[in-house]
Design a protein around this ligand. Structure first.
Ligand code: MN
Length: 289
């Protein structure tokens, strides 16, 4: 299991200086992995990421949410094609950076839709992800689709919806990504969806209900970590937190990061690292009961 942290805990800029800040912060806090926000994968040089991450003894993964100009479900074929091209580039960057996981809202735009997803848009996205899954397999990069709340997509709001969708994706290199922040809004519990997803669950985000310090909101983390142990989950577990203290122009507005929930990235990150490792360690002993 790799315990990781999202880059936006440390910086909103991912040029070489920003990458050093993020990698240094992640390493100092005790993490194994840094997740890069690849909202604009054309702005990243995978080789530079690989070198800086290696300098800090960190593994790398990446996430992104498509915008309306790159929406795989769009009625506009040009927009959908642009989205597929962007995801192809994102896979290349992850591979060049030495990573093996690309996750997030890869299947639609990450935005509040004003209408339900259409059958046509859904099928179009599934076909594109089939091609991208095959491309990713050749590059050594696994794709995981993040299940998010209704205000951020109209397609995959629950683990079950994601599993049904994967049934229409013609690639076995595309999987499920669950996030406790979104589960807390949409799922029936924090336990059952993990068991439902089981071996299709390949990526996990740990976020509080307000996306601040873990343990200070309403997310019931205990059953979630028990469920991970129950299915023998061995993939990345990545802390995600956003505050107006660290701002990314492309992501903060989309996610509605209006409030300052923390100031000290180092303290937040070290706390999250301890919080997650303590729970993973404790639930691991349940198998001896
Ligand atoms: Mn997330």
């Amino acid at each position: 299991m790799q315990i990781g942290v999202h880059g936006l805990v440390f910086t909103g800029e991912f040029d070489e200086q920003g990458l050093r800040t993020a990698c240094s912060g992640a390493h100092e806090a005790g993490f194994d992995l840094l997740e890069l926000p690849l909202m604009d994968p054309y702005a990243f040089d995978g080789a530079v990421v690989k070198r800086i991450a290696a300098d800090h003894d960190l593994a790398v993964s990446a996430s992104l949410g498509l915008d309306a100009e790159h929406d795989l479900t769009s009625d506009d074929a040009v927009v959908a094609r642009r989205g597929e091209d962007l995801l192809t580039r994102a896979i290349d960057v992850v591979a060049e950076a030495g990573g093996s996981a690309l996750c997030g809202v890869l299947y639609s735009a990450m935005q509040k839709y004003q209408q339900p997803a259409t059958e046509r848009g859904r099928a179009q996205s599934a076909q594109a992800l089939g091609r991208l899954g095959a491309y990713g397999r050749d590059a050594g990069v696994e794709l995981s689709l993040e299940v998010v709340n209704r205000y951020e997509t109209n397609l995959l709001n629950t683990a079950r919806a994601a599993l049904a969708f994967l049934g229409d994706v013609p690639s076995d290199n595309v999987h499920v990504h669950l996030d406790t922040y979104h589960m807390n809004i949409e799922e029936s519990s924090m336990f059952d969806p993990v068991l439902d997803a089981a071996d299709r669950l390949r990526y996990v985000h740990i976020g509080e209900s307000h996306r601040g310090y873990l343990g200070t909101g309403s997310v019931d983390f205990e059953p979630f970590f028990r469920a991970l142990a129950r299915i023998g989950y061995d993939g990345p577990v990545v802390f995600e937190s956003f505050s107006s203290a660290v701002v990314s122009a492309s992501l903060s507005n989309t996610l509605g990061v209006w409030r300052n929930l923390w100031q000290d990235s180092a303290d937040l990150a070290a706390h999250a690292n301890r919080f997650m490792r303590d729970r993973i360690h404790a639930v691991d002993t349940i198998r001896m009961h």
